[in-house]
Ligand binder design. Structure first.
Ligand code: COA
Length: 176
């Protein structure tokens, strides 16, 4: 699956620019995209929301956020957010609905995990998925993330109420 995806789709990550705002708004303005995302991700998602978000990212106020580029086109975003613990960042991502089910998020997370540990000085990555978000859980598991036991300390700020599931990946586990 992974090899097929790499052959059929060229996937890369790059910084966002304000020229990406209309496309980002198009991708993000979808209730199926936002249903398991934090309420900080507005719905409906207007071009002005995208401009505000990209401006925040570019000023360094929103952690590290990169565009997921598939065959030259912006398909979604992936980010690393600071936590209270140094060298521990939280990963988050979304893809426009047209891109789902092709192994793209799995590959994008793989690229970001590599950057996190090799470029951004991380020792541990965390992730929190809504308990109903089976696709996202699978993406994390395919990248070596382990589910944390017990309820996560993070409370759910998702548009869809429900419990979260915590995941973690340590740098040593990738190097091993
Ligand atoms: C979650 C999301 C990023 C997945 O992207 P994707 O490119 O479709 O993911 P991939 O194709 O790389 O992998 C999805 C995996 O989940 C599996 N899957 C999909 N839906 C599933 C379901 N309902 N139940 C179980 N597994 C499911 C797929 O079969 C695939 O696993 P496989 O390769 O073993 O077959 C995408 O659906 C999305 O952007 N959703 C909205 C935003 C979101 O929820 N972000 C995550 C917040 S934590």
């Amino acid at each position: 699956m992974q090899d097929d995806t790499s052959v059929m789709n060229h996937i890369s990550l790059r910084p966002l620019t304000t020229a990406d705002a209309p496309r980002l708004a198009h991708l993000g303005n979808d209730s199926l995209v936002s249903r398991y995302l934090s309420e900080r991700f507005p719905y409906p998602y207007h071009p002005e929301d995208a401009i505000a978000f990209i401006t925040k990212v570019r000023s360094g106020e929103a952690g590290i956020v990169l565009g997921i580029i598939v065959n030259g086109q912006l398909a979604g975003t992936i980010g690393l957010e600071d936590t209270d613990v140094p060298q521990v960042k939280r990963i988050g991502y979304f893809l426009g609905r047209d891109y789902w089910g092709r192994g793209i998020a799995t590959q994008a997370v793989r690229l970001m995990v590599h950057k996190a540990f090799s470029e951004y000085g991380c020792r541990t990555l965390t992730a929190y998925t809504h308990a109903q978000n089976a696709a996202s859980a699978r993406v994390l598991e395919k990248n070596g993330f382990r589910q944390l036991p017990g309820p996560p300390s993070e409370s759910c700020s998702c548009r869809t109420p429900g419990p979260l599931v915590g995941y973690q990946l340590h740098k040593e586990e990738i190097e091993a």
